[in-house]
Design a protein around this ligand. Structure first.
Ligand code: MN
Length: 250
């Protein structure tokens, strides 16, 4: 799978963000989950399509927010990231995970742009895929890991929402997963990606006001609570499996 992952990264374009090999394997034993594992993107970066209709997360997340968030905000991160690395071929040759992990080695003239826009591209590429689901309770290996590392799913949700509510200003609430499958909670400011620290995201929620303000205004807690209604646990399970196989890129 590692070889196939590397091969897949050679192709530019939205289609390359979905790993064909994973979908084929998944089709033999489980329903196909398009977009569930995101391949490490590279220059020229492209905006991955939403893997569902903009209204798919109604009523928890309204369609207009989804459209603006994806078509304007995420698109801008992609365009700005391309613009930042366009005149730096050595940086442009790196996959996104490498750029973020080696941020301190990048030219200082583009470091902040890559941090913000590369981080934004990585975060949102994950974000769309872990939504569009039915919420409810996780099952299988993910549920077992949550029970082991947080005590219960209810406890994890409560701690996650608290982390999201406590993040001053813009940022992300996140469940991190390491290669052994161990989970931990955190929050990050702005578009700072855990990939900067070599860490991997199991799932994360965008707590920038652009993610919720049209429907929830200042009620971030209500947004955080409602977001769980649309979490796509089968996709999260695929991400968990990839993380423990060391094939989870973004
Ligand atoms: Mn966002």
């Amino acid at each position: 799978m590692l070889t196939l992952l590397r091969r897949a990264t050679l192709f530019a374009g939205a289609a390359a963000l979905v790993l064909p090999a994973t979908r084929k394997v998944a089709a033999q034993s489980a329903p196909v989950l398009p977009g569930s594992v995101v391949v490490d993107p590279s220059y020229p970066f492209v905006l991955p399509p939403l893997p569902y209709a903009a209204a798919a997360n109604e009523p928890s997340i309204d369609a207009q927010t989804m459209e603006l968030h994806h078509d304007k905000h995420h698109a801008a991160y992609v365009a700005n990231l391309n613009a930042a690395v366009n005149d730096h071929p050595q940086v442009a040759a790196m996959p996104l995970t490498h750029m973020l992990a080696k941020l301190n080695e990048l030219p200082d003239t583009i470091r902040t742009a890559v941090r913000n826009n590369g981080g934004g591209h990585a975060w949102h590429s994950m974000f769309w895929t872990v939504m569009g689901g039915k919420g409810g309770d996780p099952d299988g290996d993910v549920a077992a890991a949550i029970a082991r590392d947080f005590g219960s799913f209810a406890q994890m949700k409560s701690d996650f929402n608290k982390a999201g509510l406590g993040q001053f200003g813009s940022g992300w609430a996140v469940v991190l997963v390491d290669a052994s499958g161990k989970l931990s909670l955190g929050a990050r400011p702005n578009q700072d990606s855990p990939l900067m620290d070599g860490k991997r995201v199991l799932l994360g929620n965008d707590i920038w006001e652009h993610a919720y303000y049209l429907k929830y205004q200042n009620r971030r807690a209500d947004y955080l609570a409602a977001w769980w209604n649309v979490v796509n646990w089968p996709v999260v399970a695929e991400r968990y499996k990839a993380a423990t196989a060391a094939t989870l890129a973004i």
